[in-house]
Design a protein around this ligand. Structure first.
Ligand SMILES: [Zn+2]
Length: 284
């Protein structure tokens, strides 16, 4: 079948090659669900997703400040097991974590909390670095077609037109913000737009080439999780609810995280594939 040109987002250049064999690009703002990951920091698309928000009605008096739940605490975690070292907190975040921690099983781990605005800019670079890295891995696969390889390389070329400076380091940073990018804010905002489109397009390439199975997106096998993380959306800097302190990213078991968080009065539980983004807006 004839391919479809990837138009890129408005105002940005096209990739200029034909990407997908059957022309059925998944260009919707589908949330990228269901994965556990090696991601240290998580990321959050809930903030800029336009749909698929699983918003629980905010019942009067709900919120973590006064947990009214039928759930029984399992008391499996200590702070050391529940909260990754790189997670940042403000007082509100700390209070939420302390109150919800007893209810999660060991396999559910908090991978991100508070992010200030410079952290949010860094996160764009983290995902840029990660995506380029995963595209390089994809291109090296022996099982993919030449066509899909070319598609992936075109996406990489689009990304490289607005690279951070230094170009890499963010992906392997041990703490949020460790690698400092010399780009100005406007450049990073533009980079975010390119990245957002690149992720949508690379997801199409991954599914068409059967490197991942779209049917198991919400609960993928471990081998596919790093790919899903690479294409998980990232919030526009300044818009992330992680800047409020009441949002957490919890990885490990998305179904359980969603069920437990809702039972604990979460105002939002958003399956991002690599983790679930959870908010307790009424936490105060
Ligand atoms: Zn998040």
């Amino acid at each position: 079948m004839s391919g479809e040109r990837i138009p890129g987002i408005v105002g940005l250049e096209s990739y200029g090659i034909c990407l997908i064999d059957d022309g059925t690009l998944n260009r919707g703002r589908t949330p990228t669900p269901g994965v556990v990951t090696q991601d240290s920091y998580g990321m959050c698309s809930a903030d800029d997703a336009l749909m698929c928000l699983e918003v629980a009605p905010a019942a009067a008096g709900s919120g973590i400040g006064i947990i009214k739940t039928n759930l029984k605490p399992v008391n499996a975690h200590t702070r050391a097991t529940f909260v990754r070292p790189a997670v940042k907190e403000i007082a509100l975040t700390t209070r939420i974590i302390d109150q919800i921690m007893p209810y999660y099983p060991l396999r559910c781990v908090c991978i991100a909390g508070y992010l200030d605005s410079s952290d949010q800019f860094w996160k764009v670079n983290y995902h840029w670095d990660l995506l380029v890295y995963k595209i390089d891995q994809f291109v090296a696969l022996k099982t993919i077609s030449e066509h899909h390889r070319n598609c992936a390389m075109a996406i990489k070329q689009a990304l490289l037109k607005n690279a951070p400076d230094p170009q890499t380091g963010y992906r392997t940073d041990k703490t949020v913000g460790a690698t400092k990018d010399k780009s100005d804010a406007e450049q990073i905002i533009k980079r975010h737009a390119t990245l957002k489109q690149a992720k949508v397009d690379f997801e199409s390439v991954l599914t068409k080439s059967k490197v991942v199975n779209a049917a198991t997106k919400r609960n993928p096998p471990a081998s596919e999780k790093p790919w899903w993380l690479a294409v998980a959306p990232v919030a526009l800097p300044g818009n992330s609810k992680h800047g409020s302190g009441y949002a957490l990213d919890i990885s490990g078991d998305n179904a359980e995280t969603t069920r437990i968080s809702k039972a604990l009065g979460a105002t939002l539980a958003f399956n991002e594939a690599s983790h679930v983004h959870v908010e307790w807006k009424n936490a105060v």
